[in-house]
Design a protein around this ligand. Structure first.
Ligand code: SF4
Length: 216
């Protein structure tokens, strides 16, 4: 518990305005951008959605357009056929079951094609203002290194994190951990020497961690 308090204080001090880095002005735009961000950088998605969101404004726009055209429009994000299928199917369900509006409940969101808990939590936390922990690759890696969880399954990790963090911090925690993972605690080589947690994080001293610290 003491560690999680120190961690939160450090995250607030180092990433005071951490927030979603996918550009969006509506829940539909955030949903589409999140689907596009799989295996793609947020920067690339933001470049792509600048024009995409000018062309596609409503859920029905993604459904009515020929699939090949949507694929072409999102091609730079990679895996464009799967993503186009997911976006079109999710938008169809949004029209059929939710009157064209993106639902704001986890149970409804995860029924949409291409929407798992991760994407649903992005929507809940970053648009609907509900406490939500997004377990992406950074949150998963860092939570393990920091000893916040011993689980590897994202749903179990989310549960562990929900248990030890106050719900008012969940959304901020996800955004700031993602930034910390991108900037400091990188996958290939964590920058422990420059990290505010170096004295408390179990990772640098663990047998796995030692190999990342170059001998002086
Ligand atoms: S001390 Fe190292 S392993 Fe721990 S959070 Fe910081 S960079 Fe990551």
């Amino acid at each position: 518990m003491r560690f999680s308090i120190k961690l939160l204080a450090g995250l607030h001090a180092n990433y005071p305005s951490a927030s979603c880095t996918l550009d969006h002005r509506s829940p539909l735009e955030l949903l589409v951008a999140t689907i596009l961000s799989a295996q793609c950088t947020d920067e690339r998605v933001n470049r792509l959605t600048k024009d995409l969101f000018r062309k596609y404004r409503k859920a029905s726009d993604y459904v009515r357009v020929p699939r090949e055209e949507l694929e072409l429009d999102i091609r730079p994000s990679g895996f464009f056929r799967n993503k186009a299928r997911s976006i079109a199917a999710a938008c169809e369900a949004i029209m059929d079951r939710h009157g064209g509006k993106v639902p704001d409940r986890m149970d409804d969101l995860i029924q949409l094609a291409g929407v798992g808990r991760k994407t649903a939590n992005v929507l809940l936390g970053s648009w609907f203002g509900k406490p939500a922990i997004t377990v992406d690759t950074h949150v998963k890696r860092l939570s393990g290194r920091m000893g916040l969880t011993h689980q590897t399954d994202p749903v179990q990790i989310e549960r562990d994190l929900m248990r030890i963090l106050p719900d008012g911090e969940w959304t901020f925690f996800s955004h700031s951990m993602i930034l910390h993972g991108r900037q400091v605690c990188k996958a290939r080589r964590p920058g422990c020497e420059d990290c505010f947690l170096v004295d408390d994080c179990p990772f640098p001293g663990s047998s796995e961690g030692k190999k990342f610290i170059s001998p002086k």
